[in-house]
Design a protein around this ligand. Sequence first.
Ligand code: FE2
Length: 328
Amino acid sequence: MAGINYLRVPAQLEWGDDVFPPIVVNNGSVNSIEEAETFVKTHKTELEEKLNKNGALLFRGFPINSAETFDAFSASFDYPNFTYQESLSNAVRINFTERVFTANEAPKEVEIFLHHEMAQTPISPSKLFFFCQRAADVGGATPLCRSDKLYEALQKEDADLAAQFAKKGVKYTSTMPSSNDADSGQGRSWKDTLSVQTQSEAASKLAQLGYIWEWLADSSLRATTPTLPAVIQRNDGSYVFFNQLIAAYMGWQGVRENPSSAITFGDGSQIPREVLDLIVELSKSFTFDVDWQDNDVAIVDNYRTMHGRRAYSGTRKRQVLVAMAADG
Ligand SMILES: [Fe+2]
């Protein structure tokens, strides 16, 4: 089998030999899902090296056209599965196969802001596979942002502030409804989020995870995480701004008006609004929009790269499916 063909497009970001994201195109030799699986296995070392270093990989022109073929393609990397049921994700989704589910059922006019998947919980997937079964007529790109570059930029902008994030970590407070609300980007009920049936089961699960919580009058649950990292270090020594601050600040209800209602430093002190505005501004320089074509697949290193979803419009029903991998 021939080597890997990489496509260069003008919108790609570039820092020396670090191109973001690398785009792998079918050189014509891959004509079935079996050949796609063989392609992955044959080139696994090079693909993994790129994924680790560059933070994401986009595959274009491969014969992946259904939940089943996407399941097989993502499985060919041999990563342990990270299931949505076991996760503490707050997004409402629909499962297709054991491994594959919809990206987020939020309405098309709702933008999902940049985030590391489940960085606001103690358990996050290591890698995300996205498959565009059907692109939207207009919009609906998946922005990808390099959080290692973002942290570097924050260090240059304000070294003391960057150090505070690394030292103190962050805490998140969110309210989970008593039943699923698909109209919100984060409307998953506490029963589904925690995989429990009763309030007492919820309480013991939260206690086990180190949360503090209270029950509200409408039976929704308001919970605050233990202190979670705001910055992590990768094997190659690089630091990554691994947290949920942008999505929480920009997208969670009422948080832009009152940030400390949902996000604080790990010691409970306020994160000033100017700091959050600065982070949002800096992130723009390190973001590439994946403008989906039907049958594209992207793999995202969740520990290096954030993702989101642009709003979209038109009559075509955008369908992007996801599979997640746990640390191997
Ligand atoms: Fe996500």
